[in-house]
Design a protein around this ligand. Sequence first.
Ligand code: PRP
Length: 209
Amino acid sequence: MTFQTSQTPTPKKIPENIPDEYRQAISRLLIDENTLQNRIQEMGRAISRDYAAHNPVFVGVLKGVLFFMADLLRYTTIPLEVDFMAVSNYSQESRDQGVVRITKDLDICIEGRHVVFVEDIIDTGLTLGYLLKMLRSRHPASLEVAALFDRPNRRLVNIQARYVGFHLPDLFVVGYGLDFREQFRNMPFVAVLNPGILNQQRTPPPPSF
Ligand code: PRP
């Protein structure tokens, strides 16, 4: 049975303690820190219940999953193992075809193991679809997905996550691991990016000294 999805909560006030650069770039807060943590705690409880005595392997794909993975693991109160993968795209064309390049593979052998694949966000599902197919070929005992955010409106391939934290609207959101040009990942909440920022040129790197 699929873990019930939480609806996106009512927006609240943007917290004070974020850099001015971030504050100017976001238009509104979408999911505050408490709401995120409460939901992740519920997910951890559900996974702990479902995988008791299974010693699962949690697999995360860098980098966006970093914060979710760390918090989910803290709320998962059973013995488990952790591993990471890293991927990059050969090109936009290969991404569109759902082909990614593995730049860091697993250290743990997952054959016969119960695997929980942890993702920060599922959009088109192309990345996840490719990786799940690859991991299935290694014959795990089971393979399920825990995704903090899901945007089913953007889906191009049929992917069902067993555990989903929040459904997101079709907006560019940042924070809690989600980036825009590698920035904003370290905000402890999720906010909507100001649409004007999307069209701005990249800031040149600071002069060397
Ligand atoms: C994000 C996310 C997923 C993927 C989802 O990674 O972590 O891996 O995009 O998109 P899809 O469903 O359309 O394939 P991203 O490439 O932004 O890298 P990051 O984790 O380093 O931010």
